[in-house]
Design a protein around this ligand. Structure first.
Ligand SMILES: [Zn+2]
Length: 269
């Protein structure tokens, strides 16, 4: 190797070492700032296989949720509903049906406020009332929380997990269906972004979302994806080797990688 080649080699090595160090520092800082952070908050899950979790927020809706439940039953798909407490109080029968048919019910607050801007007492009341109304409708207490808009402070995550035992569920696929872009756009965004381990955000209070689902489910099934609830997906989690090369052997048939891309979750939820 020439001198200049050697220098180049050393320089590249230095950069690589620096990057590795920077990454591990970030990882260490994350795990230090909240000892249970990685086991409490999920926007996707590292899994071995083509498993995904579709989630529906803000319901139940008197007309749309039963329609969606019919569709899910026809496809034998289990999903997760993050329900609004005041809607559950109005339609407990719909939530009871969802639970009876194998879907998971998670807490999405009583009236959809922004937790990050609220007092601890205010958040506690939102969670408690919703927890209670879900328990009375389904017989089970929820174990998952999706904060409205995905907005929650690190401090709130910790005390909520300690007090309620909730895992905090965000998402890595957002079709922005709440902007009502039309069923085709909702479907195409979901198809483009979903990969093994994805948690897909959508809302069962918008007609276009429900309209998008038959072809979305068909297309996801055709790609080989399998639908599970969020808790099932989390139970399938396997350790993620942070710097190991990609093996690529565990991905869904049409997916380039089995490693979920960790993206910040934009406001939606
Ligand atoms: Zn919401």
């Amino acid at each position: 190797m020439s001198v200049s080649g050697l220098l180049l080699f050393c320089f590249a090595g230095l950069i690589a070492a620096h990057e590795l160090r920077a990454e591990s520092t970030v990882a260490e800082r994350d795990s230090r700032s909240a000892p249970t952070e990685s086991s409490v908050t999920f926007s996707s899950v590292h899994v071995n296989g083509p498993y995904i979790a579709i989630t529906f927020d803000d319901g139940p809706s008197a007309t749309l949720t039963p329609k969606l439940l019919d569709l899910l039953a026809a496809h034998h798909i289990k999903t997760t509903f993050f329900v609004i407490g005041e809607n559950v109080a109005e339609h407990p029968d719909i939530v009871a049906r969802a639970a009876r048919e194998g879907h998971e019910i998670g807490n999405h607050s009583w009236s959809h406020p922004n937790f990050a801007k609220m007092s601890e007492e205010g958040v506690r009341s939102q969670l408690r009332r919703t927890d209670d109304v879900i328990k009375s409708a389904t017989g089970l207490r929820p174990t998952l929380l999706r904060p409205p808009y995905g907005s929650i402070t690190a401090r709130e995550k910790r005390w909520i997990h300690d007090e309620f035992g909730y895992q905090i569920i965000l998402w890595d696929v957002d079709p922005y269906d709440w902007k009502r872009p039309g069923p085709a756009v909702v479907r195409n965004r979901i198809l483009k972004e979903t990969q093994p381990g994805s948690i897909v955000l959508s809302h069962d209070i918008h007609p276009g979302t429900i309209e998008a689902m038959p072809s979305t489910f068909d297309a996801l099934e055709a790609k080989g994806f399998k639908f599970v609830t969020v808790s099932e997906l989390i139970r399938m989690a396997i350790p993620q080797a942070s710097h190991a090369p990609q093996t690529g052997g565990s991905a869904a048939p049409n997916s380039p990688s089995s490693t979920p891309i960790q993206r910040p979750s934009p406001p939606g939820g």
